[in-house]
Design a protein around this ligand. Structure first.
Ligand code: TYM
Length: 333
């Protein structure tokens, strides 16, 4: 039986992925790769919707690839590739731009948030059409499933709407993809502002655990995580967001249930909780950091893995694009 397709991706916009990327997406990717014909993309075209230093972008693209591999993605099994190596992404994005309403695009909350921060004149048109490029990324690969964190839900809804619209106007072309969002890890929160999602644009770097952080740095960040004053280790998202976030991270990392953790730490202080969380996070992340650094020592090997992934991705993407162009009525060369 042929396996269903899967696609997901991340932006290479920082020198390290963070714990939210890892628990919200990357661990799901690793778990799903055996059962799907999976495509994992590094979305450099998306990264340039906000200013990027070219040297850093090049470095961060390879660092992202190294972290994908170090976390357990298997390049023999799945296609790992860079978005700009597959021209069909930009080509399909143009087609989808032409069936997206201006009002529809204006309702995307991520654009509203990001553009409010920088002001309209500092926001690029690329940032505005970002979700449409994301829809193209997805639809080219005809995936059944798209494993992501909660913050991508609205973009996945737009993707589904555009796929259905195209199919109903031009005939069945795209598979309608399903977002795969795991309840427990859909949103990992900032350690300093535990009501906000963990994000690379955090105001305070202490709020963010990076996959490439040294163990001592991770311990320091977790030890200084914001908690509360009632002193009880109990999951209560509304009233105890800091403690609940630590419990959620601990549970996701170890596979123990929150109830089990609450019981084992009952009567102890936040210091003990933090020590245990730090130890568990380091035990998982440190081998990834070490492996990623090793992989980065051989850029030639890394680039050739990405070239191999791009070859497979291009085959699938070009087939979908050819079908789309045909359906649209373009005369083919
Ligand atoms: P990006 O690069 O911001 O994030 C990559 C993945 O990590 C998840 N994530 C989180 N999950 C839980 N808690 C958090 N605090 C957290 N922060 C991030 C994201 O939900 C995502 O799954 N637009 C996408 C990139 C993209 C894409 C795609 C994704 C472009 N094309 C096609 C899927 C399919 C983004 O900015 O992800």
């Amino acid at each position: 039986m042929t396996k269903p397709n899967l696609l997901s991706g991340m932006q290479p916009s920082a020198s390290s992925l963070h714990l939210g990327n890892y628990l919200g997406a990357l661990t799901q990717w690793v778990a799903m790769q055996k059962d799907y014909n999976a495509y994992y993309v590094i979305v450099d075209l998306h990264a340039i919707t906000v200013p990027q230093d070219p040297k850093e972008l090049r470095e961060n693209t390879r660092r992202t690839a190294a972290q994908y591999l170090a976390a357990g993605l298997d390049p023999e099994q799945s296609a790992l590739f860079v978005q700009s190596h597959v021209p069909a992404h930009a080509q399909l994005a143009w087609v989808l731009n032409c069936i997206t309403g201006f009002g529809e695009a204006s309702r995307m909350t991520q654009f509203k948030d990001k553009s409010q921060k920088g002001g309209a004149d500092n926001s690029s048109v690329g940032l505005f059409t970002y979700p449409i490029l994301q829809a193209a990324d997805i639809l080219l690969y005809q995936p059944k499933s798209v494993p992501v964190g909660e913050d991508q839900r609205q973009h996945l809804e737009l993707t589904r709407d555009l796929a259905m619209r195209f199919n109903s106007r031009f005939g069945d072309t795209f598979t309608i993809p399903q977002a795969q969002i795991l309840k427990e890890t859909a949103k990992i929160y900032d350690l300093q502002v535990p009501t906000a999602k963990m994000s690379k644009s955090a105001a305070d770097p202490k709020g963010l655990i990076n996959l490439m952080d040294e163990p001592a740095v991770i311990t320091k960040k977790i030890k200084s995580a914001v908690t509360d004053t009632d002193g009880e280790i109990r999951f209560d998202q509304a009233n105890k967001p800091g403690v609940s976030n630590l419990l959620g991270i601990y549970s996701a990392i170890t596979g123990k249930s929150v109830a089990e953790i609450e019981a084992s730490l009952s009567g102890q202080g936040y210091g003990s909780l933090k020590s245990e969380v730090a130890e568990a996070v380091i035990a998982t992340l440190d081998p990834i950091r070490v492996r990623a650094l090793e992989l980065l020592e051989d850029k030639g090997e890394l680039d050739s893995l990405l070239a191999k992934g791009a070859k497979k991705a291009n085959e699938q993407a070009e087939a979908t694009l050819a079908l789309v162009y045909d359906r649209l009525g373009f005369v083919r060369p």
